[in-house]
Design a protein. Structure first.
Length: 114
């Protein structure tokens, strides 16, 4: 059986990780350009790692914790690399650096709308 202290730490890690994931998702939706969205996406690996470590710590299984740490290491290596590739492409092609998606279009009857 797991001690109450370990359970509290596991719950705190999961809650903190979910906070970082929620903040990153809000940032990805609300921020205006590709580069600022990539910056918000930088919180995803940290939040995901906290959730994985907290959830595997709560089980008390050593092998599951080891596998969770391996998945966390994989996330910490791959997500920043893909964010760097997206930022590099936005730097090389400036027309991609600013979002012109549907939530930034003028409303009906305003100039610039066909």
């Amino acid at each position: 059986m797991m001690s109450a202290g370990v359970q509290w730490v596991a719950d705190a890690l999961v809650a903190l990780g979910l906070f970082f994931l929620t903040a990153a998702i809000i940032g990805l939706y609300r921020l205006p350009s590709v580069l600022t969205r990539v910056h918000a996406a930088g919180a995803v690996p940290f939040g995901g790692v906290l959730v994985i470590i907290g959830a595997t710590l709560a089980t008390g299984d050593g092998w599951l914790l080891l596998r969770g740490l391996l998945v966390a290491a994989f996330l910490m290596l791959t997500i920043p690399s893909s964010a760097h590739a997206i930022a590099w492409l936005a730097e090389k092609r400036p027309e991609l650096a600013h979002d012109k998606g549907p939530r930034h279009r003028p409303g009906p009857g305003k100039p610039g709308r066909e």
